[in-house]
Design a protein around this ligand. Structure first.
Ligand code: URC
Length: 307
């Protein structure tokens, strides 16, 4: 029996890069959290402490910051593609790179009814995400791109039912035809192509806004029979609208709101006062994809948080 090295990767996690565009009095801000991971033959570093092939994680960090100026940082997807591709193309021992990015949104404050040029408040809504995996050099190179969002807290006060479920001796849940439905949505969408040339003219901001809006509209308008159905219809609507996408993965905690029992006080409560329970919560997760979707390859393989 011998002990051997298994899969490994290394990088700099959570580089908090803030890029300001100040070419005119109206400044722009892009506030991101970038994690890099490099893959390749790093056996010597692990087995013998030989750093000859190791591009320091500090260098990866410096590159993430410098690229925000050299290459630009507007939409997170092309920035991440450029960064990940650089590591694979320009660093000899590296044959794969994974870059994961979160973006925190800011919106302009209003002063005297007009948007201010350089003052922003953090927008409390969702965090935009991207994960880019580049594999191979030269003609064999493939770029897996996954866009997404997380922490999109969304609630509807009616239009949600849950009944007809399987029961057993432990079932106490009452069926309902009118309940609150609420979740904190995580959604990630995989691009069909693995060739960045196919995205040369893509409107990244428009695509992101459109995917989010499509999901929100379905959540709002579908008379839901279960969160599972809502998630499937959200993913389906996104894929029907955007040919560039092959798969949508959704993860949604069912944030339960229980009707509060006011009958103990002789008070009627026709769906007006609820207890918002924080745990436990149902956790509903689904992948929705085209039946001819190309192989997902390394698209979903995590970077930071390997262990
Ligand atoms: O939308 C729901 N899906 C479930 O699977 C489930 N299970 C449960 O107790 N409540 C709900 N709601």
């Amino acid at each position: 029996m011998a002990i051997v090295l298994g899969p490994n990767q290394y990088g700099k996690a959570e580089n908090r890069v803030v890029r300001i565009y100040r070419d005119s009095p109206r400044h722009e801000i892009h506030d991101v959290n970038v994690s890099t991971s490099l893959r390749g033959d790093f056996a010597a570093a692990h087995l013998a402490g030989d750093q000859g092939s190791v591009l320091p994680t500090d260098t990866q960090k410096q590159t993430a910051y410098s690229y925000a100026k050299e290459k630009g940082l507007t939409s997170i997807e092309p920035y991440g593609i450029t960064l990940a591709t650089h590591f694979v193309d320009d660093v000899v021992p590296v044959d794969g790179a994974r870059v994961e990015i979160e973006e925190y949104a800011w919106e302009r404050v209003t002063v005297d009814g007009a948007e201010h040029d350089h003052t922003f408040v953090r927008r409390g809504q969702e965090v935009r995400t991207a994960a880019i995996t580049v594999e191979g050099k030269g003609d064999a190179q493939r770029v897996w791109l996954v866009g997404g969002l997380k922490d999109l807290t969304i609630l509807k006060t009616t239009g949600s039912e849950f009944h007809g479920f399987l029961t057993d001796p432990y079932t106490v849940l009452e069926p309902t035809s009118d309940r609150i439905m609420a979740t904190s949505l995580v959604a990630r969408w995989r691009f069909a192509s693995t060739d960045p040339a196919d995205w040369a003219d893509l409107d990244w901001e428009g695509l992101y806004a459109g995917v989010k809006q499509t999901m929100v509209e379905v959540f709002a308008t579908l008379q839901s029979l279960a969160l599972q159905q809502t998630l499937f219809e959200m993913g389906k609507a996104v894929l029907e609208r955007y040919d560039v996408l092959a798969e949508v993965r959704l993860s949604a905690p069912n944030k339960h709101h229980f009707l509060y029992d006011l009958s103990r006080f002789g008070v009627d409560n026709p769906g007006e006062v609820f207890h918002a329970d924080d745990r436990p919560y149902g956790l509903i997760q689904a992948s929705v994809l085209r039946d001819d979707a190309p192989d997902a390859g390394s698209a979903w393989t995590p970077g930071a948080g390997f262990a």
